[in-house]
Design a protein around this ligand. Structure first.
Ligand SMILES: [Zn+2]
Ligand SMILES: [Zn+2]
Ligand SMILES: [Zn+2]
Length: 213
């Protein structure tokens, strides 16, 4: 019988991850694929999770998001398919309940709880990423390099996009993109982000006009 833990992937590309509470099929699959190290362990049980979005400036000021529980955990392992929907699993109650049959997912190789979701180093990014990102956006005079929208008064909506992937961080590998254009890049799932929605509300008309030609 182990102590209860919650696992999730903290560094994401835009689509919200699920959290896991038992060693479900998804976790076993990630272990087999050699991707298990992407998970962090948390003991926070209020349903809010700290996330970092790749390419997103808010990674300097991590934000919390409400996440759903993994369906493999909820349906197959906990057998609670018809009891709770994934967005309404009572995490704190489950966490505090004594559960003699509980076997936690293996956490030895994972970050946390000593290295917390806050202190874990960001994967893939050079330590001076913030400076490189700033330089890229400065060089572009705080304008999007695709649609030219001027964001010097709203710099958080201007991102430094990796043209060749996150392993390449030279000035020529980075492009300043407004969050609107950034979200249109392949496998950048950003359209549900609070920043994206705010950008569309404040600048959506301008952006649509600029990108319609
Ligand atoms: Zn799961
Ligand atoms: Zn743009
Ligand atoms: Zn990007």
């Amino acid at each position: 019988q182990g102590r209860k833990v919650v696992l999730y992937i903290r560094d994401v590309m835009g689509s919200l991850p699920k959290y896991h509470v038992v060693d479900c099929r998804t976790l076993r699959g990630m272990r087999n694929a050699g991707k298990y190290k992407r998970y962090v362990v948390t003991r926070r049980t209020d349903g809010e999770f700290l996330l970092n979005f790749a390419d997103n400036l808010s990674r300097d000021n991590p934000e919390t998001y409400r996440l759903d529980i993994c369906k493999n955990c909820l349906w197959k392992e906990l057998n609670l398919r018809y009891v709770y929907t994934p967005d309404a699993f009572p995490l704190a109650d489950w966490f505090n309940a004594i559960d003699p049959g509980y076997a936690p997912p293996p956490t030895d190789a994972l970050y946390g709880p000593k290295i917390t979701p806050i202190t874990r180093p960001i994967s893939n990014y050079p330590p001076d990423w913030n400076l490189r990102s700033l330089q890229c956006r400065k060089n572009a005079e705080w304008k999007c390099e695709v649609c030219s929208i001027d964001l010097r008064l709203a710099p958080k909506f201007l991102h430094a996009h990796h043209l060749r992937g996150t392993g390449y961080n030279q000035p020529k590998d980075l492009q300043a993109l407004c969050i609107g254009c950034h979200a249109e890049q392949p496998s950048h799932y950003m359209k549900h982000l609070p920043d994206y929605l705010e950008f569309m509300e404040l600048h959506g008309d301008t952006w649509k006009q600029l990108t319609s030609n």
